[in-house]
Design a protein around this ligand. Structure first.
Ligand SMILES: NC(=O)c1ccc[n+]([C@@H]2O[C@H](COP(=O)([O-])OP(=O)(O)OC[C@H]3O[C@@H](n4cnc5c(N)ncnc54)[C@H](OP(=O)(O)O)[C@@H]3O)[C@@H](O)[C@H]2O)c1
Length: 219
């Protein structure tokens, strides 16, 4: 499969590398295709690894991930060419966090009533945005078995049932998630509560001293 990764941070690089290992072709997108980080990644990764702009990575992917700094994600998405995005699945991992008042962070004020996930879906009306993976550490995203043999829960939401189903299969096939642990929270409006979990996640991280944990819903 051809996959676009918009973002060259820890998350973008971890996802891109894991997906190359799974045999996919991956283009990692950045503001500037000549930046050292993206060029180093292409060099060290080799076959199947490509560098592009954000727009080129979106165009390249049969599906694409958004793993951008939450403060700038909407501005980047706004500039994507609608032609490159139409009918594609977009997996949104971003969190609109505000660290200006210390740790744990708060949700950025402008996303307190309309989430970043919902904003992205609004900006990309012809795409199928699925919000997921934003409530866990990047190491767990790419291999659920890192914690409790994969027995813990991951949330997702989005407006299109078929897209959500495809994303579930993608997570199971590529990142070792168990189907029974994928909890569908409904339409993209649920991104508001999925993003709201994250300051709490940071607080738990600070208390227990490791980012390798997750939530498990027991009933
Ligand atoms: N770290 C985790 O384990 C984790 C877990 C769950 C969710 N998340 C979320 O995943 C997202 C990515 O996190 P990250 O730590 O990998 O990366 P990050 O440092 O938050 O973001 C890196 C990306 O943001 C872009 N960016 C930065 N400033 C920009 C600007 N002014 N205009 C346009 N783009 C800009 C960078 O572009 P360039 O490539 O051009 O530099 C880069 O691609 C965040 O929203 C984060 O909250 C992270």
């Amino acid at each position: 499969m051809k996959i676009g990764i918009l973002g060259t941070g820890t998350v973008g690089e971890a996802l891109a590398t894991a997906l190359i290992r799974q045999g996919h072709n991956v283009m990692m997108g950045s503001r500037n295709v000549t930046n050292e980080k993206i060029q180093d990644w292409v060099k060290k990764t080799g076959k199947g690894a490509l560098a592009g702009t954000f727009n080129e990575a979106a165009a390249f992917g049969d599906l694409f991930f958004i793993c951008l700094n939450g403060a700038f994600a909407a501005a980047v998405v706004k500039e994507l060419d609608p032609e490159h995005v139409a009918q594609k699945i977009v997996i949104d991992i971003t969190n609109p966090l505000d660290f200006s008042q210390g740790n744990p962070p708060r949700i950025m004020e402008r996303y307190m009533t309309t989430s970043l996930g919902e904003t992205i879906q609004h900006l990309l009306p012809t795409a199928f945005v699925v919000k997921t993976l934003n409530t866990i550490n990047y190491r767990l995203m790419i291999d659920a078995r890192e914690v409790n043999d994969g027995k813990h829960d991951l949330f997702l939401c989005g407006n299109d049932a078929t897209a959500k189903n495809q994303v579930k299969h993608f997570l199971v096939d590529n990142f070792h998630w168990r189907p029974e642990n994928l909890i569908d929270l409904g339409d993209i409006k649920s991104a508001l509560t999925m993003e709201a979990i994250v300051p709490f996640w940071v607080q738990v991280y600070r208390s227990i001293g490791t980012p390798l944990f997750n939530f498990k819903i027991v009933h």
